[in-house]
Design a protein around this ligand. Structure first.
Ligand code: SF4
Ligand code: SF4
Length: 267
């Protein structure tokens, strides 16, 4: 932890970054994200087993995104998120300083995206065994049983969108759920509307989800919605041989954009 604080302090003192995104003590023994902007505030940085949140989500928030230089305490899921959003042209390498954290909790030297790609290539980041077991259980179900499983799981969802707010890959400034002309999904929580929200979300994350599990952890009702995007990840790996968040220049699996496209609506 001393190494982490010292590095963060040096970065702020030398004005190499405007902010450090890291972990600090919250209330009642919980950990929360903190954003030191002065060298003396880096004493509050911590790192221990409780620090599981994927902090890369804050890189996409308006207040941070437009800062010139930011430092981030990046665990493996955060590193994968960074490469994924970089591949979507949302982050530039020269605006980031990575304070990498390995699985042993120690600082890892990650001087740039190439080093991050090389480091990730040496890591194992499979999904947790209990999640894997549920996915295999769902795979073995008939179509009717699956429908019933997800109907039961999704019916309590009251569309608070904490899952969306927690995901580094959900960064659109205007989400389809807020569009009302046309109204893509009903505002109120109901069976069809809940299915529409979650299936559209899963499709938007297909080939982009890096399996951090943050959406599931953020849900106040403990709905295992991360399993929907995990399943999409498996299908994309099987059908396209692509794993998100391993390359900063990975082409998108389900979308394409070309400057010379004859359509003008996206320019
Ligand atoms: S697990 Fe959830 S929060 Fe993490 S990248 Fe996938 S969809 Fe986003
Ligand atoms: S966090 Fe849970 S309750 Fe809120 S929108 Fe997502 S699934 Fe629904």
């Amino acid at each position: 932890m001393d190494d982490l604080r010292k590095k963060a302090k040096d970065l702020l003192e030398s004005q190499a970054v405007n902010v450090i995104i890291g972990y600090g003590e919250g209330t009642s023994g919980a950990v929360r994200a903190i954003f030191p902007r002065k060298a003396e505030e880096t004493d509050k940085l911590i790192y221990d087993d409780r620090c599981t949140q994927n902090l890369a989500v804050y890189l996409m928030k308006h207040e941070i995104k437009h800062m010139e230089k930011k430092g981030i305490v990046a665990t493996i899921p955060a590193m994968r998120s960074i490469l994924q959003v970089a591949s979507e042209y949302q982050l530039k390498e020269d605006e980031l300083v990575i304070l990498g954290i390995g699985p042993d909790g120690k600082l890892v030297d990650i001087p740039g995206f190439k080093a991050m790609e090389d480091y990730l290539a040496t890591q194992d980041f499979g999904i947790q065994e209990d999640d894997k077991a549920i996915l295999r259980k769902i795979d073995a179900m008939s179509m009717e049983e699956r429908w019933s499983f997800w109907k039961d799981e999704l019916s309590p969802c009251f569309k608070c969108y904490a899952c969306r707010a927690a995901c580094p890959m959900c960064y659109c400034t205007r989400c389809f759920v807020e569009v009302n002309t046309p109204q893509w999904i009903p505002i109120s929580a109901n069976e069809i509307g809940n299915f529409e929200w979650h299936l559209l979300r899963a499709m938007h994350l297909a080939g982009r989800c890096i399996n951090c599990g943050e959406c599931g952890r953020a849900c106040p009702l403990e709905i295992p919605i991360h399993l929907l995007t995990y399943k999409m990840t498996e299908d994309v790996q099987t059908d396209f041989g692509v794993t998100a968040g391993l390359k900063a220049d990975m082409p998108s699996v389900l979308s394409t954009y070309k400057l010379e496209d004859k359509e003008t609506f996206i320019r």
